[in-house]
Design a protein around this ligand. Structure first.
Ligand SMILES: Cc1cc2nc3c(=O)[nH]c(=O)nc-3n(C[C@H](O)[C@H](O)[C@H](O)COP(=O)(O)O)c2cc1C
Length: 167
């Protein structure tokens, strides 16, 4: 039997770094030739499998992820792919579903697997406008405001491992 190695792309958008970290953890668990790239640095989609990851800001995927998807709609439609989103919290089920839908709604074609991970925020890095926005979101889900780190490397790696069955 021929041993075929798949080419896999993990393409992420990230403003404050948590989605980038998660993308690299996932990439480490994938078997194959893996590129982990910011969407701004993706120049072709010559891959057998694609994993797309974005944080949610103000209920939406980051604009650079949305425009990446938009400009590659036709190619992405027929690719095998999975996605993940990163948000301030992944405990509230209704919000988890809302966040993943905000992303899958803009993705053409089928998606094999989805995941929602909690990220991290250092409030000292945020502008006053960003602070107001994130605080209002945290109030809306009855969670405390303030800096947080809810990254869970093990869960992210497990998700990466689980994708090998599709690749
Ligand atoms: C200005 C601002 C707005 C946010 N809005 C939301 C939101 O609407 N929903 C949500 O679940 N998380 C929201 N978050 C939390 C981020 O998605 C989370 O902190 C994520 O880890 C950021 O990813 P990044 O570090 O890759 O940029 C917001 C964070 C900031 C700073």
């Amino acid at each position: 039997m021929r041993n075929v190695t798949s080419d896999v792309l993990v393409a992420y958008a990230s403003k404050h770094g948590s989605t980038e970290k998660i993308a690299h953890w996932i990439g480490k668990e994938i078997r194959g030739n893996v590129d982990v790239l910011n969407v701004n640095n993706v120049h072709n989609l010559n891959y057998d499998y694609i994993i797309l990851g974005t944080p949610i800001y103000e209920h939406e995927p980051l604009p650079e992820m949305s425009s990446f998807i938009n400009r590659n709609k036709d190619q992405l439609e027929n690719k095998k792919k999975s996605v993940f989103v990163v948000s301030s919290d992944n405990e509230v089920r209704s919000k988890r579903e809302m966040n993943i839908e905000a992303f899958t709604n803009i993705i053409p074609g089928e998606v094999n697997q989805t995941a929602v991970f909690a990220g991290e925020i250092d409030n000292s890095e945020l502008s006053s406008k960003e602070l107001e926005s994130v605080n209002s979101y945290m109030n809306s889900i009855s969670k405390p405001t303030g800096s947080y780190s809810k990254l869970n490397e093990k869960k992210c790696r497990e998700y990466g491992k689980s994708l090998n069955r599709f690749i």
